[in-house]
Design a protein around this ligand. Structure first.
Ligand SMILES: Nc1ncnc2c1ncn2[C@@H]1O[C@H](COP(=O)(O)OP(=O)(O)OP(=O)(O)O)[C@@H](O)[C@H]1O
Ligand SMILES: [Mg+2]
Length: 493
């Protein structure tokens, strides 16, 4: 996988995004767990501190409410042996206390009593001097009933402590501190981090593999397209990308590519066909010229005979020149569309002129040419001389393929912002199977009457090209022996 490949970039993006989401999700879970564990332990600490305070109050009653009573009671509470009066009563109290001490697991906890000056007066046996001094620095509750601290003593003892100031009235004010080890919490949290540290890279590794496979599958058609593009040459344009079973977007890309190849294939075969037609069209008159000239050179000829040969050759040369002119014109129209100048053109005035000229062309065959204009005044944006060429090609055909004394009707209709100019003749018509081919270059129908007509088969191709550069088109309807109607559809300005 190359670094600058789409596969690599998509994989990095996908895995990066996944890693981030996973890390954020794990982070939130970790934070929640952290909060829950500490909230839980704080709740337990608060219960313990309150229980200690209530019991201590009970202890002070039988101790005659002397100041010493609090200290004595506190000592008994943390399990330090002291002698005190009214043993019977205290024995009962003590047995109750010992039970709740067990229940609250206070015997394992760190309990510290501080006097009003903040000095330790009684500590549970597990608190040494150093720790009790350390605990003395945590007495501030910022005006609240109790405060909680997480402390680390000598880098190894992790404690969560509750600090609760208590008031025994005239017996004095004290501060109760109860601490529990946070080792179980730290253990749980560390476990969670360890698990995350192992699971995230594992999940990412799986994600990389899945991501790679996914991207590879998605991009497979691109590779296929590239491979086929590489295989394609002018000799082999038949290859296509298989669009079966690929994703919609890729199907679109592959289908577009296939369509492009199809168009290329059509163009190539058209160019091939076109060049062979051109060769054929030019070869015939050249062969005639060559043959006639050779025959003329072989024997002596009178001046008149030479003139006949020359006349015939001139005719062939003219035919070739006409074909070449048409070909140049076609290339010009199709490849230099932008260079064509358009001007405002009044359709009525334009068609009247065409009509007049057509009458002259049709006079020889005694064909009547009629013009029927529409009511509206129609203006087009057009190139006058190109449009003349278009109409004269159609009228030339109409006259050419209509028997003597026929009719050619030019009529204009206006529909949906388009001008429809029809040239209808009463001629020989076009066979159904020939209709789709008549706009192809060099196409000439093979029926007997038509073969007699001179022509290169380029006129309609030129007409269609001219219509297209005007954003229009030429359509045809025809019936054999009834006539043909060619309709030029052009946008109105
Ligand atoms: N009005 C029409 N009536 C019958 N057939 C027609 C008509 N117009 C065109 N065609 C058919 O379409 C073919 C192509 O016409 P096109 O104008 O392209 O070529 P052409 O007239 O034969 O030669 P030229 O290049 O001199 O115009 C004609 O040969 C003819 O068979
Ligand atoms: Mg023609």
């Amino acid at each position: 996988m190359k670094i600058n490949s789409i596969t690599f970039k998509l994989c990095v993006l996908y895995v990066g995004a996944m890693g981030l989401i996973l890390a954020a999700y794990r982070g939130v879970l970790y934070y929640n767990l952290y909060q829950t564990l500490y909230r839980d332990s704080d709740a337990r600490l608060s219960t313990k501190a309150k229980e200690v305070y209530i019991t201590l109050q009970l202890f002070t009653i039988p101790l005659k409410e002397s100041k010493r009573a609090v200290i004595l009671g506190a000592k008994r509470m943390v399990g330090i042996n002291v002698t005190y009066p009214d043993k019977n009563h205290l024995n009962k109290l003590e047995s109750v206390w010992l039970k709740s001490r067990e229940e609250l697991s206070l015997h394992k906890d760190y309990i510290n009593f501080l006097n009003e000056e903040g000095k330790t007066v009684v500590s549970s046996p597990n608190i040494d001097k150093g720790l009790s001094r350390f605990l003395e620095t945590y007495t501030d509750t910022q005006g609240k009933d109790m405060a909680f601290y997480s402390i680390v003593y000598k880098e190894s003892l992790n404690l969560r402590i509750v600090v609760m100031p208590v008031d025994f009235g005239y017996l004095g004010k004290y501060t109760i501190q109860v601490g529990i080890s946070t080792d179980p919490i730290i253990y749980v949290l560390r476990e969670r981090i360890n698990k995350t540290a192992i699971s995230i890279p594992l999940i990412m590794l799986v994600a990389v593999i899945i991501g790679y496979l996914l991207v590879w599958r998605i991009l497979r058609p691109v590779k296929q397209v590239a491979k086929i593009a590489n295989d394609i040459s002018h000799e082999n344009l038949s290859a296509r990308v298989n669009v079966q079973g690929i994703d919609e977007e890729m199907k679109y890309l592959a289908s577009s590519f296939n369509d492009m190849i199809e168009r290329l294939e059509e163009s190539f075969s058209y160019v091939e066909e076109f060049s062979s037609y051109v060769a054929h069209e030019l070869r015939t008159p050249l062969t005639i010229i060559k043959g006639e000239t050779e025959v003329a050179l072989q024997t002596d000829h009178t001046y008149e005979e030479c003139k006949t040969v020359m006349r015939s050759n001139l005719q062939e040369v003219e035919r070739m020149l006409k074909t070449i002119d048409y070909l140049l014109l076609l290339a010009d129209i199709n490849y230099r569309k932008q260079a064509v100048n358009f001007e405002r053109l009044d359709l009525e005035e334009f068609l009247k002129d065409i009509h007049e000229k057509s009458k002259i062309l049709a006079a020889e065959k005694e064909i009547t040419v009629n013009l029927e204009m529409s009511q509206e005044q129609i203006t087009l944006m057009a190139n006058r001389s190109e449009l003349r060429r278009l109409f004269f090609n159609l009228i030339d055909n109409a006259i050419k393929f209509t028997p003597r004394s026929g009719n050619v009707d030019i009529s204009v209709k206006c529909q949906k912002n388009k001008a429809q100019i029809s040239i209808a003749d009463t001629g020989i018509g076009i066979r159904g199977e020939d209709i789709p081919k008549i706009f192809n270059k060099f196409f000439r129908a093979s029926s007997d009457e038509k073969k007699n007509q001179l022509g290169s088969g380029l006129g309609l191709g030129i007409a269609q090209s001219i219509a297209r550069i005007h954003q229009g088109r030429v359509e045809v309807r025809s019936a054999i022996d009834k006539g043909s109607t060619f309709t030029v559809i052009l946008p109105i300005h």
